[in-house]
Design a protein around this ligand. Sequence first.
Ligand code: PXL
Length: 279
Amino acid sequence: MKQKRVVTVQDISCLGKCSLTVALPILSAMDTEACVIPTAVLSTHTGGFSGYTFRDLTDDIAPILNHWEKEGFDFDAIYTGYLGSAEQCRLMVDLFDRFGTEENLIFVDPAMADNGKLYAGFPADFPQEMKKVCAKADVIDPNLTEACLMLGIDFPGKTGYTEEWIKDVLKQLCAMGCRTAVLTGVIFGEKQGAMAYDSATDTYSSYFGENLPVSFHGTGDVFSSALCGALVRGQGMEQALKTAVDFTVDSIEISAEDPDLPRYGVRFEAALPGLIKNL
Ligand code: PXL
C-alpha cells in the first residue's frame, strides 16, 4: 500500500500528552506520513494545570496554506483537533475548501469540552463556530458533551440514556452537514465505546470495550488519532471503531495503576505494538 499522507491541525501542549504529542506518534506508528499545522503552543494543556502559557499561531496558518497550495501538495486525510479560536475555525473551512477532494478524508474532532462543560478559555459561543467546521467534514467524532453543546441540547450525564437517544443524536449531528458522525464515550452498563451513523448509507455501527472506572486526560485525542489513521488506511467504520476503542482501552488499562497519570495523559506508548498488530 502506498503510504498515506495526513495533515493534522492541533495545538502543541509541551507537557501533558494530548493533541499533537499524541497524534504524531500514533499516526507514525500506523505508517502514515504525518504533516502538521500547529495552532498554538501551550506550556501544558488546560485541564488540570494552572498558569500555562498560550502562544497563538493563527497568523502562521494562512501563509503555510499558501505555500502548500503553490507547491501542489495533496493529502489523503485532513484531521483537525483542538482549535484555539473562532478565527482558526474559519481557517479550517478555508483549508477544507482548498485541499479537500472527492477522495480524501476530512476528519474533525471538535475537541473543546468534556464532562458537561467547555474546556478552560473557550467562550460560550465557541461550539457554534466548531459546528461550521463539522458541517464540512466527512467524519466527526465528538464526545457526548461536545455533541450536546453543538446541538444545543442538555447533556444527560455520562450514563443514563438509551440506544435510541444516541441514534437520534447521531442523526442530528449528520444533519449539521457531515456524512458520518461518531459519538465517543458512550456507556451502556459495563461497556464503553463508540457508535457511528453514516448518513449516505443510512447505517449504524458500533464497538464497545470494557468501561474502566478511571478517567485520563487526552484519551479523546488518542481515540481520534487511531480512528483517523485506521480510516485513512482503508479500514471500514466497524473495524476502525474496534481498532480505536481497543487501543484506547489498552492505553487506559496500562495507565490505571499510576495515580499521578490522569492529568499527564495515558501511557499510550506501551499500547502501540497492539495497535500496529491490528492494522
Ligand atoms: O485533549 C484535548 C485538549 C487539547 N489541547 C489542549 C487542551 C485539551 C483539553 O483540555 O487543553 C490545549
